[in-house]
Design a protein around this ligand. Structure first.
Ligand SMILES: [Ca+2]
Length: 154
């Protein structure tokens, strides 16, 4: 097991040196993946577009405008923070959006719950199979929204 993990790390290091930066994931997605802990247990996550689809926040699989309801929620939180003055930090905005307990796509599962279940919080066609109450209980036991508070409180 240790050997396999070391091999993974070595492969990741080799890729980091050989893959052009343009192929790496965009900055916001990289930050969100870390904040959602989707990187854990996957040494190649930075080169794996399946870790978080563009449709997590965007309407199109290729990203860009327009954004889905979850992406718009983040954009609105960004604008609110910018209007309040000071430096807007993406992890803080993301943490706030999840802590608000909203259900952007209206499928009955709160955004944070979908993040935890690894379904798309901005697409009502994508949602966990488990009943909400059951999932909420498991999420709470695992740490709940506190799991997505940025490290260092930033
Ligand atoms: Ca939802």
């Amino acid at each position: 097991m240790k050997g396999a993990r070391l091999a993974g790390v070595l492969i990741a290091a080799a890729l980091a040196l050989s893959v052009p930066a343009a192929l790496a994931l965009p900055q916001y997605r990289t930050a969100a993946i870390r904040q959602f802990h989707y990187d854990e247990g996957n040494p190649l996550w930075e080169y794996d577009r399946g870790v978080m689809a563009c449709t997590f926040c965007h309407v199109r699989a290729s990203g860009g405008a327009p954004w889905n309801p979850f992406g718009e929620e983040i954009r609105a939180a960004f604008r609110a923070d910018a209007q309040a003055g000071g430096r807007v930090k993406f992890p803080a905005v993301l943490g706030k959006v999840l802590a608000a307990g909203k259900d952007a796509d209206g499928d009955g599962y709160a955004d944070a719950l979908e993040v935890w279940a690894k379904t798309l919080p901005g697409d009502p066609q994508s949602h966990p199979d488990q009943p909400v109450a059951e999932l909420e209980e498991a999420f709470g036991a695992a740490g709940g929204e506190a799991l997505y508070v940025p490290r260092g409180g930033k």
